[in-house]
Ligand binder design. Sequence first.
Ligand code: HEC
Length: 147
Amino acid sequence: MRLSAAILCMTLGLSAAAGDPSTSALAAAGIDPTETRLNYMLNCQGCHAADGRGLNDIPAMADSVGTFLRVDGGRAYLVQVPGSTNSPLSNQDLADVLNWILLTMSAEQLPRPFTPYSAKEVGGFRAQPLIDAAATRALLLRQLAQQ
Ligand code: HEC
C-alpha cells in the first residue's frame, strides 16, 4: 500500500517534469523512468543522494559522471565500481540505472553521440572486477585532465 502510494507520488512528480529534455532521451534508451528511479532509490541513493550530489566522501555524479565516458576505460569503470557491480540489480536493470543517471544528472558532459549501456555490455564489464576503484578513478581523472 505504502509502496504504491510512493510510486504514485513519483509518477505525479515525473509527469510534472514532462518538459524535461531528458524525458525523450530516456524513452529513446527504452528506460521506464518510474521503475528505474525506484531502483536507484533502493540501491544507490543511500550513498549518492537523490540528486547525485553524493553524501559525505562519496564523489558527486551530478554534472560530472558523464565525463568518464570521454576516456578509455571510463565506460567500464562506471559499471565496475563496487556500488554498481555488486548491487543486486540484473544487468538490464543496472544498464537502465546507469543510463538514467547519465541522462538525468550529467547529460551535458556526455560524449555525442551517447551510446546507452546494454545489458550485454554491463554483463561483460561485471565479469571483470575492479581491483582498486580509487586508483582507477584517479587514473581516469588524470587522463581527463590531459584532454
Ligand atoms: C555504500 C555506498 C555506495 C552505494 C550504495 C553505491 N555507491 Fe556508487 N560509489 C560509491 C563510492 C565510495 C564511489 C567512489 C569510487 C569508489 O571508491 O568505489 C562510487 C562511485 C560510483 C560511480 C563513479 C562516479 C565517480 O565519480 O567515480 C558510479 C557511476 C556509481 N558509483 C554508481 C552507483 C550505482 C549505479 C549504485 C547503485 C546501483 C551505487 N553506485 C551505489 C559508493 C556507493
